[in-house]
Design a binder for this molecule. Structure first.
Ligand code: THU
Length: 132
């Protein structure tokens, strides 16, 4: 399998964003996780009239991936209209599995806004090792 480029992963996140269910915020988010084995799993935000059941795109992709047997991630791309950064809950959810993963933030046209790592977005994070 050819390695997935950053731009390919961003394109997958844009594709994922097309399914976003966003009647309340109209803030479209797409995410694409790249597993260590080279698989790409996408997600979008899915909102709810009760507000708190809303799930972010990153966690949609994460639960899809984990439920399909993937637990090790090399990277995640997140796309929004303004290159927005993952919320704290999503940072924590991703940190559980791969704190070193690359994080690509881009806009809905595919322009890269920031390339960073999860460890940089969640310094001194609380992880599984804390409970060993
Ligand atoms: N949202 C995400 O999908 N990911 C984030 O990391 C931040 C926020 C969604 C949740 C909600 O549907 C909309 O963006 C506005 O908060």
């Amino acid at each position: 399998m050819d390695p997935i480029s950053d731009q390919d992963l961003i394109a997958a996140a844009i594709e994922g964003s097309k399914q976003a269910y966003i009647p309340y915020s109209n803030y479209r988010v797409g995410a694409a996780l790249l597993t260590e084995s080279g698989a790409v799993i996408t997600g979008c935000n899915v909102e709810n009239v009760g507000y708190s059941p809303t799930i972010c795109a990153e966690r949609t992709a994460l639960v899809k991936a984990v439920s399909e047997g993937h637990r090790n991630f090399a990277a995640v791309a997140v796309v929004t209209r303004d290159g927005g950064s993952p919320c704290g809950v999503c940072r924590q959810a991703l940190f559980e599995f791969s704190p070193a993963m690359k994080v690509l933030l881009a806009d809905l046209d595919g322009n890269l806004c920031l390339s960073t790592t999860l460890a940089d977005l969640l310094p001194h994070g609380f992880g599984p090792a804390n409970l060993e």
